[in-house]
Design a protein around this ligand. Sequence first.
Ligand code: ATP
Ligand code: MG
Length: 795
Amino acid sequence: MAGRGAPYLDDLNPAQRAAVEALDGPVLMLAGAGTGKTKALTARIVHLLRTGRARPNEILAVTFTNKAAREMKLRVGRMLGEVAEGMAWMGTFHSLSVKILRRHAELVGLKSNFTILDTDDQARLVKQLLDAEHIDRKRWNERWFLHHIDSYKNRAWSPDEVPASEDPEVWLTPNIGNVPSFMGGTGAKRKVTQVYRAYQSRLLALNAVDFGDLLNYCVHLFKTCPDVLEQYQRRFKYILVDEYQDTNVCQYLWLRLLAQAHRNICCVGDDDQSIYGWRGAEVGNILRFEKDFPGAVVVRLEQNYRSTPHILAAASGVIAGNAGRLGKTLWTEVKEGHKVRLIGHWDGEEEARWIGEEIEAVQRGTRGMDPVGLDGQAILVRASHQMRAFEDRFLTIGLPYRVIGGPRFYERQEIRDAMAYFRLAVSPEDDLAFERVVNVPKRGLGDKAQADIQRTARLSGVSLHEGARELVANGGIGGKGAGQLRAFVEGIDRWHALTLDAVRVAGDDDLLEPIGAVAPAMDHVRLAEMILEESGYTEMWQNDKTPEAPGRLENLKELVKALEQFDNLQGFLEHVALIMDNETEEAGEKVSIMTLHAAKGLEFPVVFLPGWEDGLFPSQRSMDESGLKGLEEERRLAYVGITRAEELCTISFASNRRVYGQWQSQLPSRFIDELPAAHVEVLTPPGLYGGGFGAAAPYVSSMDDRISKADVYNSPGWKRMQDRVQTRGVSQPREARGVVIDATAVPAFTEGDRVFHRKFGYGIVIGLEGDKLEIDFSKAGIKKVVAGFVVDADD
Ligand code: ATP
Ligand code: MG
């Protein structure tokens, strides 16, 4: 029996301890960033184990990423003082759902070796359906449909349950030849749910599921098979959920069904960190917890253990701009520390260069604090396209980095191809995988031959693999292709036979008695190598003369290496289908580069937040939206970003940015305006870094008296910018705006001038005060604004 003296309890403050020790019944921990929610949740698991309330496999713990699950497992082990063996049910909603679904697949009409589709597969499938239905894909493409289908799944709606108001209609292609209109030709329409329904039956026929299905099938299973539900309710004596504010309706139902019998559910979260609304998360789930689970113990934590007061104050200042918050006070015992640093750059490349230098300076300990290694430093970007500049720069200077959640290893072409081969070996009926590689490498199968395979399979109602076999057998395919197709079909048979035993081990699970190790027919790593050899895939890249080929071969080796960590191919495929972030870890200290979304729950002594520019952060989409919903979610993202930092947080922006090959002039983010000036230190880069303040010069100079305007306008960066602006011309409206703002930074206004301000619109200057103007805005009324943020409306 644990009690006083147990170190994992002594480490907690009284509020945390209350949440840990309230073992029976529902518990909600609703608290701001860095207050120790995750820590308390972890301690609660240890407490459950220590007090003998539950065995490791009787605890269901839901984390937001697989990485978080791994970390939690490690921490539990550390607190427990022994390895946390048997914590089989710690993972993401998706990984837990796969595990449940594999055992009961038949009950929902699947086979237990079902495939999990990635987004590419999904898109290919929907595209086929749209073409078959003659839907005008130029106007409504497969992504548009998938977005709708996804949002239905997030809300746990089957095709029949989608309300008519949420079910848009689309037109068919105007010219679809001889199909008369009464048969759905020109002029006819389709509902999104019709495509949704067709998509679901295709998936079933393929023995495949997408991500949303994993949860939906589970919910369906729980609702339709009470005995199965009961089995899991009994099994999971305690349920714990981290980052509860980001659950969607379907996940919520999933949890509620599992928890409703014993109500031993503990959820932790922070409404200010709800950042997945765009993916269907409902912050309402956390706000109504007490209604769903009456009598819940609600614990609020206010002491922040992560960040310095300046960092906390900056984050609180920004998030205060959101309406309808629960509102929380955060305090810290930590002493002063650094202010949040703010710096403007000429462009994204310069920003990357500067951050690279800063990282090394911090590493050397020349930034007024103890040296911080690369593992302790992170760059958090709003959009993944921002990563490239950092990757390029860091490769150039040899600064080791890891990208988490960016364009992933597993998304590369050669990796996807190889994975398709592995998928075929595990499930030969995986038609999408078959389609992908049947002619990769080239097997002399043109469009016609491939269409013949499709038709044969359709007519006989079999998989493409079987269809191809049939076609070869009845001589329906001629030329060189015939022999090669036969070899491909037989290859799949052979590889499949070699995976069989391994699959049986994977299908087994810890609810049943453990069956001893079954020796697989062949070691899966060797099998994988063999498949890539025998199929001619490796050879294809060996013979390839393009510059990318050697890298691709390297990646294939890397892939085979990754397999070693798994028991069999199926386990590996599952892992890859599920990982949301790039989790291949190599040795050595590295700077982390990731999106703000991927950074949730993490902490780093030193954090860089680049690209704080309107249109990038907040995103253009959120700014274009009517209403504040999108913008408020962006603001929460800013809050998440700043609160990742323990000691040093640096925000930066650039005046120019190349986005998808196009130069754009940028304005500093409106969130920069919202940073409380008392907690911000503005850095002065000109000369030193060859950069300028760009569009933010007026703002920068207004914030920090130490920099005079003359400093700004005499800086090499500013001059360079003027040159660049002149040579680039000002024809594009976006650029022109940036230029005009720069050019009017010296208040050149007099009373009576008509001006335009981005936030407040048109107005008339009625007073001058230093570099501020008093303006009577036609919509916003009289306001004082910094002159640099105003342009002459008649220019
Ligand atoms: P987020 O909202 O960002 O997920 P969180 O509330 O989950 O934050 P944790 O990550 O659990 O916070 O804790 C933040 C930091 O504070 C961690 O480094 C943790 O070890 C530390 N910490 C938490 N509670 C205490 C405590 N009682 N005493 C000392 N340190 C603590
Ligand atoms: Mg946390």
